[in-house]
Ligand binder design. Structure first.
Ligand SMILES: NC(=O)c1ccc[n+]([C@@H]2O[C@H](COP(=O)([O-])OP(=O)(O)OC[C@H]3O[C@@H](n4cnc5c(N)ncnc54)[C@H](OP(=O)(O)O)[C@@H]3O)[C@@H](O)[C@H]2O)c1
Length: 318
């Protein structure tokens, strides 16, 4: 039986669990070159035999093309395809869902959906629909995409919502998801709210019988999200202060991981059958761990679901 650590890489997991990757249809958001989603696509593409389809989503085709080129030149057949998506724009999400189901075909099913895309600690701004941009992109966009794809998922399909230990930076408050029109906004509190929402959404899916996991990939410097960030004591101190103030729990930055190690937790969540029966749980360093109370509060799970349906203007019966 395989054992896991902080050093485990995605490639090792794919080699060990290739049976659960081979011939699967896999959809990944946030698959730009240099990102965790992009590296995940590359690792999964190299299973033997390979997946049937790798459908890669992001804002910019130019940023995903290097990932597609790397995959399509090192595997047999044109395996990877790009679908554009703006996760802060409902029309774009609905078009992307339609494009994905067109690729998969009427008889085809999606086996793995990896919701990786995200933005972090940005200044206050609103999406087209008037939703704070981190909550809109990191949670609401993935909520709509996932539910639009729901009827195209295979019976035991797995979904992951990539959260962060940064969920300790902010709770989800259904009355204040827009931070009093920005008046009470702090970029890190906004990130915290969106990453808490990733966990609550995962639990909402699990309650409805959809297999899903949330996770913290680790701290990975050098992706698009962390570009320019360094291992700085000042930033770490600031994050500890904000987390204690907002949630009562200190967010302590762990040691950094490489991108190859940073994708391992998400890959384990979608390939390892020993996680059957752990539906709705949260993983860190490839292992299941418990989250703080406010990220597993059933009332909040349901109020997030209701608010998300209200904001996207659709009800989803599962
Ligand atoms: N890196 C870390 O240390 C770390 C730690 C904890 C959690 N995470 C989580 O891991 C996930 C991936 O982060 P990363 O480090 O790989 O960051 P990244 O390199 O910046 O990748 C983010 C991806 O999301 C896409 N994206 C951003 N906004 C979008 C939008 N409005 N619509 C569609 N796609 C959008 C980006 O597309 P473009 O390339 O077009 O911008 C990119 O493909 C995030 O959810 C993040 O919260 C990362």
């Amino acid at each position: 039986m395989m054992t896991f650590s902080k050093e485990t890489t995605g490639a090792v997991l794919v080699a060990n669990f290739s049976k659960n990757v081979a011939n699967k249809t896999i959809v990944i958001t946030g698959a730009s070159s240099g990102s965790l989603g992009g590296q995940t696509a590359i690792d999964l593409a190299h299973s033997q035999p390979p997946p049937a389809h790798l459908i890669l989503l992001a804002r910019s085709e130019a940023k995903v093309q290097p990932v597609i080129d790397q995959i399509n030149t090192s595997t047999t057949g044109p395996l990877a395809k790009f679908v554009p998506i703006l996760l802060d724009d409902f029309d774009s999400i609905r078009s992307a869902a339609k494009a994905i189901t067109d690729i998969v075909g009427p008889q085809g099913k999606i086996d793995i959906l990896m919701n990786y895309a995200g933005i972090m600690a940005v200044p206050y701004s609103l999406s087209k629909a008037g939703i704070e941009s981190q909550f809109a992109t990191n949670h609401i966009g993935h909520f709509l995409l996932t539910l639009r794809l729901k009827s195209h998922l295979s019976k035991n399909a797995r979904i992951i919502n990539v959260s962060s230990d940064g969920y300790k930076l902010g709770r989800f408050d259904p009355e204040k998801y827009n931070f009093d029109d920005g008046k009470s906004y702090h970029p890190w509190s906004g990130y915290g709210q969106s990453k808490t929402a990733n966990i609550l959404f995962t639990k909402g899916l699990a309650k409805r019988g959809v297999i899903s996991f949330a996770l913290h990939p680790g701290v990975i410097f050098g992706t698009g999200l962390t570009v320019g960030m360094t291992d700085s004591d000042k930033l770490f101190e600031q994050l500890e202060e904000i987390s204690v103030r907002n949630t009562g729990e200190a967010m302590v930055m762990g040691e950094g991981k490489t991108v190859e190690q940073g994708v391992a937790t998400a890959i384990r969540a979608v390939v390892d059958p020993s996680l059957d029966g752990k539906n709705g749980s949260f993983l860190d360093d490839c292992e299941v761990v418990e989250v703080l109370d406010y990220a597993r509060d059933d009332k909040l799970v349901e109020s997030l679901w209701e608010l998300s349906e209200k904001l996207v203007g659709e009800k989803f019966v599962i």
